[in-house]
Design a binder for this molecule. Structure first.
Ligand code: NDP
Length: 290
């Protein structure tokens, strides 16, 4: 192995500390803590774990946490009513509706009701559109976390070839937009891409977000490439990424591990987005260095 391992866990811990340090200044100016509301519908065990850890992290950062756990049978109208009441609640700066929602609920319709100023997941079309046209936006947490790791590792990303594997609205597309914003030359690959290994080999930066266990091999990579593995796949009870870590680490210059790479960044950026949304809602300038 020659690649440096990018320690997302340590970076995320530092980001959480910086957020926590900025909370008292906000609270003294705004007269209240920043608040994050998380809404869970149903009993999906993985979602329950995520919601619990988001709540804990919110409290640990000194923010107010509002958890709403609704029964699987909750109707769309009831969920929309709850989101609208959170929109009106001045203590709430961020609203996160945990996905996936039960099949009888249209997640686009629910996300569309969230006040874009409180859309800390950045999934509302208004925030997606703002990101696409280069305006201030709340940006999805996972890709924003990836950009933070890349800039920490590489500094200025201008002119680098970046290949994003995956084009979902949650990861791939916002990732590509953020890389364009950083002046990279960006290729977005997906399941219809021809000769994926040749496309991936162009990348000085490769972001893997396909949800395909260990698909990207070391001999697909340009030597020295920086590899960000977003994938979370469970094989025989073990978590693996979309990149075959062992072979990739022999070719890459730097690589994120799974677990301990991108995963911990997501919650840290969620807290950062909540703090940013709180400042914007209170008419205060964005907190520095976040
Ligand atoms: P989606 O399933 O929504 O999207 C997967 C994307 O990968 C699609 O665009 C799909 O192409 C593309 N794809 C699938 N198979 C291939 C293939 N063989 N070759 C090339 N492209 C392919 O997944 P998400 O974007 O939501 O998530 C991606 C991964 O990231 C998952 O493993 C998920 O668990 C993980 N994840 C991790 C997070 C974290 O916090 N670390 C947060 C969010 C996600 P097409 O559009 O043509 O179907």
């Amino acid at each position: 192995m020659s690649a440096a391992v990018i320690d997302g866990k340590a970076f995320a811990e530092r980001l959480r500390e910086r957020v926590a340090e900025a909370v008292p200044a906000f609270a003294s100016r705004a007269g209240r803590k920043p608040g994050l509301a998380v809404v869970l519908v149903g009993d999906d065990p993985a979602s329950r774990v995520y919601v619990r850890s988001k709540g804990k992290a919110t409290l640990a950062a000194g923010m107010a946490s509002f958890e709403h756990c609704l029964a699987e049978a909750t109707g769309q109208a009831e969920l929309v009513d709850l989101v609208q009441s959170l929109n009106r609640d001045d203590r709430v700066d961020g609203i996160l509706v945990q996905l996936p929602l039960p099949r009888h609920i249209d997640d686009k319709a629910v996300i569309g009701v969230i006040d874009p100023a409180k859309d800390v997941d950045g999934f509302h079309v208004e925030n997606a559109g703002r990101l696409a046209v280069g305006e201030e936006a709340l940006v999805p947490c996972t890709p924003l976390g990836c950009i933070m790791l890349l800039k920490d590792r590489l500094g200025d990303l201008s002119g680098l070839e970046a290949v994003v594997v995956g084009r979902s609205n949650i990861v791939g597309k916002p990732m590509a937009q953020l890389l364009i914003r950083e002046n990279c030359t960006v290729t977005t690959a997906h399941s219809r891409t021809r000769d994926l290994p040749a496309v991936v080999r162009r990348g000085d930066i490769v972001v893997a977000a396909a949800g395909r266990a260990e698909m990207i091999k070391g001999d697909w990579l340009k030597p020295g490439a920086t590899v960000i593995d977003v994938g979370i796949n469970r094989i025989a009870g073990k978590l693996v990424g979309d990149v075959d870590f062992e072979s990739a680490a022999a070719t890459a210059g730097a690589i994120t591990p799974v677990p301990g790479g991108v995963g911990p960044m997501t919650i840290a950026v969620l807290l950062r987005n909540t703090l940013t949304a709180a400042h914007a809602r209170a008419g205060l300038p964005a907190p520095e260095g976040l």
